[in-house]
Write a protein that binds this ligand. Structure first.
Ligand SMILES: *Cc1c(COP(=O)(O)O)cnc(C)c1O
Length: 224
């Protein structure tokens, strides 16, 4: 795992250099959903302080087992309404806000404001979560009354395309949308960040402005 981590760091550096960005502006989130608690501890020992899980049970198990104040815990998958109560006060950043119903539930259950990314389905694939590009501004407007929700950025998942251009266009569109919302300077939605880029496409995502990349397979999968 250490070797893969070093390779990834090199790719991050190279991508940043290519477009004149600082490495410190990109947060690597290790997605540990595929692996055990033991493997997750190894990830932490490598010095990775941002961990991500996409299911309530895995999230709570790992958080309880690792139990370290230094770790930032990212919930990257959709939250189920009836699970919000158990999970939301354990989360540092929630990456998949795309429904008013969940926003209401978070607002009700969360004790202090939580940093959220609004998930946007840029590619329009039916299998993906997220609000549409056209609905994003309206959705963010609708979040204004929820005191416990702070929209810190936008999140997307690129299509599983061979074609790099298609992937790049999705990231570029998300960035434009982020800039648009950021420029509107909503107090509840500073919208500074871009959570985009996974194992297959993180180099492209960094070139297009990703501030949070979410890496699972390439970092933690044993068969690689
Ligand atoms: C699983 C997952 C990832 C990590 O995907 P890899 O391709 O394994 O790097 C990133 N984001 C979300 C939302 C996920 O569910």
């Amino acid at each position: 795992m250490e070797m893969r981590y070093n390779e990834i760091k090199t790719v991050i550096e190279d991508s940043c250099t290519k477009v004149g960005r600082k490495v410190s502006d990109v947060t690597l989130i290790a997605v540990t959903k595929y692996v055990t608690i033991e493997e997750t501890k190894k990830v932490f020992r490598l010095g990775i302080k941002d961990l991500g899980e996409n299911r309530e049970q895995g999230f709570l198990e790992k958080k309880q087992a690792l139990n370290h104040a230094e770790i930032n815990w990212h919930f990257i998958g959709p939250l189920q309404s009836r699970k919000v109560k158990q999970v939301i006060n354990e989360v540092d950043m929630f990456h998949a806000l795309d429904r008013l119903k969940i926003a209401k539930e978070i607002n009700k259950r969360r004790e202090t404001p939580v940093d959220c990314f609004v998930q946007v389905n840029v590619s329009g694939e039916a299998s993906k979560g997220g609000v549409t590009v056209d609905d994003c501004l309206t959705f963010i407007e609708q979040l204004r009354p929820f005191q416990k929700i702070r929209v810190v950025g936008l999140m997307t998942m690129a299509p599983h395309a061979e074609d790099e251009t298609a992937i790049r266009q999705v990231f570029r569109r998300l960035r434009q949308l982020r800039d648009e919302i950021k420029n509107q300077a909503h107090p509840h939605a500073p919208c500074l960040y871009l959570s985009m880029g996974m194992s297959n496409d993180y180099a492209i995502a960094i070139e297009e402005g990703a501030t949070h990349i979410r890496l699972g397979t390439i970092l933690v999968q044993p068969e690689r």
